[in-house]
Design a protein around this ligand. Structure first.
Ligand code: COA
Length: 164
């Protein structure tokens, strides 16, 4: 039986840490759907369409990856619709755990057929987060080690757009 997973996140922007987690997931699952979902606590820099195009470019050479946008509704319900058996989440540090634990148990309550699988990215990405990448890029810092060249270009374009 072919097992597939969904990898949800805000991905604003998609970083090399996210890519690292996705590549690890592909060693376990034949198909992984990257799901751009809404986190009600976050305001994004990139639109869902921009993030979708960004992730499609970054993952173009990876077989078994597709990118979808969850515009509304519950992730657990979406997993059911897609027939996914797992939700992939990256955990970088102990501080990620409480929030991830809560989400994982809630998602299990909402859809008992789906299991959250936690994967640790390479240690060099443990301090990377999308918000810090955006902040450094907006202040003119070099983030080229943490994002794909296409994401870097998109970040540079956003910085230009946002300059008064
Ligand atoms: N490398 C680098 N950074 C990583 C990472 C990795 N491997 N894994 C996580 N991160 C960072 C992200 O960059 C992000 O940083 P930021 O907070 O600075 O933006 C942070 O860790 C976590 O964000 P992300 O992985 O994008 O997920 P999220 O917490 O924003 O996503 C959703 C949460 C979207 C999955 C969740 O809100 C959801 O499921 N929404 C749909 C509606 C729903 O069902 N809600 C109920 C959920 S129980």
């Amino acid at each position: 039986m072919k097992r597939h997973a969904i990898y949800p996140g805000t991905f604003d922007p998609f970083t090399n840490g996210h890519l690292d987690v996705l590549e690890r997931a592909l060693t376990i699952f034949e198909k992984v759907i990257v799901v751009i979902a809404e986190n009600s606590k976050k305001q994004t820099l990139f639109s869902a369409k921009e993030r979708s195009a960004m992730i499609e470019t970054v993952t173009a050479s990876l077989p078994g990856v597709s990118v979808e946008v969850l515009h509304s509704g519950l992730l657990a319900e979406y997993a059911r619709e897609m027939g996914a058996t797992a939700i992939i989440r990256g955990v970088r540090q102990v501080k990620d755990f409480e929030y991830e634990f809560q989400m994982s148990l809630l998602n299990r309550h909402l859809n008992p057929e789906v299991t959250t699988v936690f994967l640790m990215p390479n240690v060099k990405y443990t301090y990377v987060a999308s918000s810090i990448i955006k902040e450094v890029a907006m202040l003119g810092g070099d983030v080229s080690k943490f994002v794909h060249p296409q994401v870097l270009t998109m970040l540079e374009n956003k910085c230009m757009e946002q300059k008064p």
